[in-house]
Design a protein around this ligand. Structure first.
Ligand code: 0GY
Length: 310
């Protein structure tokens, strides 16, 4: 499968295209389930990629996202601004508007954004901003700029999504714990799953959540964190088994502050591209009761992104 990027861009070499033949999951998602972490890329011809981007993806349009949503059995999406679009939120906003209320968004903004532009994002369905600290993805933004943005978006009732690597949590702790909004951590703060689930590194992340009730976590992206990979054991559909103890611990300790998402179209994967149907089948391994699944997939994301319907 080869999907060239449209526009005058060439996909970053070694990049895997997203997989367009996902299985129908065996796990039946609860009614109203939300895919709370996914992206749209371009199409580059219509929504050019940002000049400061660190990678050029293959296009992944809103129509393709909505088709995946329906195929997997999700009711709604939360579309997170990807770094390849910088602070140009047009592709994400266009998808939110086209969804007819079935998608909300998380934007990237700079300090010079006007209140009128923030209001326009809100009207389109944006409910959060993303601060990215993963060095291979973004250039450094001064913390005082981020704090200023956080206090402005708070007035809109939005939250802050943070993306960082586990080793950087100690250094970022003071900044994160000073944020005045709900704070949502992407992919459990990217733990090193070759380390023990009760070892010092993951304990620090658990403490971060325990001591700060405004902190939530996405228990997403086993395919990024796993070293054991997608292979199922004994014919059982249980891929990414080394991630299970980490995600399960977070789900069971903080059942009201967890979210789940596919991360489609899976940027920056070079070894293995997941089948999104198999990713859905991962969910009952980390949220093992119907009650936990309902909170993870429906109650929690609805509270954060569609509170007016709760
Ligand atoms: C993710 C993960 C990644 C990329 C981005 O915005 C992005 O470019 O988030 C990554 O490369 O780890 O959540 O999609």
């Amino acid at each position: 499968m080869n999907r060239p990027t449209t526009g005058n861009h060439t996909k970053t070499s070694g990049w895997l295209d997203w997989y367009d033949g996902p299985i129908k999951p065996a796990f039946a998602l609860p009614a109203g389930a939300v895919d709370a972490h996914c992206h749209v890329f371009g199409p580059g011809e219509r929504f050019p990629y940002a000049p400061e981007r660190k990678y050029t993806p293959c296009d992944a349009s809103r129509e393709q996202l909505f088709a995946l949503r329906d195929h997997l059995g999700f009711a709604r999406n939360v579309i997170v601004q990807a770094t390849c679009h910088g602070a140009d939120n047009r592709a994400m906003v266009d998808a939110c508007i086209a969804s007819g209320g079935k998608a909300r968004g998380v934007a990237t903004v700079r300090r010079d954004i006007s209140d009128a532009d923030l209001q326009a994002l809100h009207d389109a369905g944006v409910r959060g901003v993303r601060f990215n600290f993963v060095k291979r993805l973004v250039d450094f933004t001064p913390k005082d700029e981020l704090m200023e943005i956080a206090s402005r978006i708070r007035a809109f009732g939005w939250h802050v999504v943070i993306y960082f690597e586990a080793v950087d949590l100690p250094e970022l702790w003071d900044f994160f714990t000073a944020l005045p909004t709900t704070v949502v951590v992407d992919h459990m703060g990217r733990p090193d799953v070759s380390k023990p689930v009760d070892g010092p590194e993951f304990e620090l992340f658990m403490r971060f959540m325990r001591e700060h009730e405004n902190v939530w976590s996405k228990v997403s992206c086993p395919e990024r964190l796993s070293l054991s990979g997608p292979k199922a054991l004994n014919g059982e559909r249980a891929p990414y088994r080394d991630v299970v103890p980490f995600a399960r611990r977070v789900v069971e300790t903080f059942p009201d502050r967890v979210l789940w998402g596919t991360d489609w179209p899976h940027p920056n994967l070079k070894d293995h591209m997941p089948d999104d149907g198999l990713l859905v089948d991962f969910i009952p391994h980390i949220a093992v009761t119907a009650e936990l699944q309902q909170r993870l997939l429906v109650t929690n994301p609805m509270r954060l992104y569609w509170p007016e319907e709760c």
